[in-house]
Design a protein around this ligand. Sequence first.
Ligand SMILES: CCCCCCCC/C=C\CCCCCCCC(=O)SCCNC(=O)CCNC(=O)[C@H](O)C(C)(C)COP(=O)(O)OP(=O)(O)OC[C@H]1O[C@@H](n2cnc3c(N)ncnc32)[C@H](O)[C@@H]1OP(=O)(O)O
Length: 401
Amino acid sequence: MPFLILNLFGVLDAKRSGEDAVKSYAMNSGCSYSIIRPGRLVGGPYTNLDLATLFQVEGGASNGVTVQSGDALLGDCKRDVCAEAVLQCLENRECEDVVFSMHRFRASSATASMTAGVSAAAAAAIFLSYPARMERDHHHDVQYSISRETIQQHTTSNNNIMTAWSSSLLDSNYWLRSNIPTKCEAVNNKKMDTVNNNKTFASNTPATVYGEEEESNSANGRINYYYKRMNPNDVDRTSLMESHAIFGPLWGEGLIERYHVYKRINTNNEHPQIVLQSPRELTVVDLKVGKKLNGHDGIIHGGIISLLFDEAMGWAYECLQQQDQIDSSGMIIVTANLTVNFRAPFLAGSEAVIRVYHNETKGRKIYFSARLESKDGRVVFAEASSLFVLARKDKLRMKER
Ligand SMILES: CCCCCCCC/C=C\CCCCCCCC(=O)SCCNC(=O)CCNC(=O)[C@H](O)C(C)(C)COP(=O)(O)OP(=O)(O)OC[C@H]1O[C@@H](n2cnc3c(N)ncnc32)[C@H](O)[C@@H]1OP(=O)(O)O
């Protein structure tokens, strides 16, 4: 059908801008997405049942689908099959960040023309986004309930999709996994982490990690940096290993299994003409939390996440102090305020990184922000901001009494 007719009243433009909105939302929030462009929806309660039977819209061979990238396909698409595709998108990693169109394998032209106008209003693309990269194999129920909510959220204006979805749930057989075309519409939202490249913290991160980034207001436009592992054994605090929450009682198998602190070192620091942008990354913690620190079953307790943040920011202060030579004699740094936003469940047994940024220093007050995110930077589990205050040691003791 000519584009001009299909796009009457700007329908296709509206769909396109909807897709763009979903993509940019995903890019900014660490979700992945699948965009399905089904053909005209047929079958189910919203197509005249007699016609559907007459033209054998339901069942049998009409369950076959053709999946292709772009918009090359013309034809119709069964509602229940489309709904199943939605479900499969939630389950299959192959469907992350892809855009594809989907049509009935044997769409007869008679059926297509007879159903025209009956279901056209319902033939909207389904946009879904959901927190990706959660370990979907574990805690299937939890993930499923998230998925179900997401579906409901995104389909409240399209009840027919929900009806079809629930009826097709049971015989889902994952045909999309093998049918998703390899050349789906080029989608590259992996540049969402604007501050760091994503290669830096793979598994088995070495003691020193190199990287570089663009820094728009620097003299030569480029900052070279590397991360250097900080060794807790070097810290002049005997309590660090024994009674320190993380390195003491909460350390071990099933508990906090890794907490490697890396200090970021910008090698351009010696060039004073380079003004570093704020907020600037100070510290990255490469961590793993075991399966015994949960709140809900399988989900790491938010209090533990807050602890991990607080500690990371404490180390960031140490890095800042080493860089800026803050005079802290007779002073001790303490957390005055810590705010945490939990964005996606952080599952037990997960690995992740915390990136800490220095926002501002005002006298004794130091403001940090931080993110707990997957190593590839695609999922943000939590964000935090804090105020640390340099307090006089003797004054702190006075308050104790
Ligand atoms: C080779 C390798 C070497 C590596 C070395 C690495 C070493 C790293 C090692 C290990 C890292 C460990 C990291 C641990 C991290 C954990 C930290 C914690 O969890 S600390 C425990 C929890 N926090 C407390 O217990 C504080 C209790 N609170 C207090 O003591 C006071 O309230 C305090 C000190 C925060 C402020 O009391 P005031 O009397 O000194 O000062 P006032 O005048 O009240 O506040 C100063 C300014 O701050 C603002 N302020 C204070 N509290 C605020 C709040 N909650 N929200 C907003 N503003 C606040 C005030 O409005 C004031 O601002 P205006 O100067 O007027 O502009």
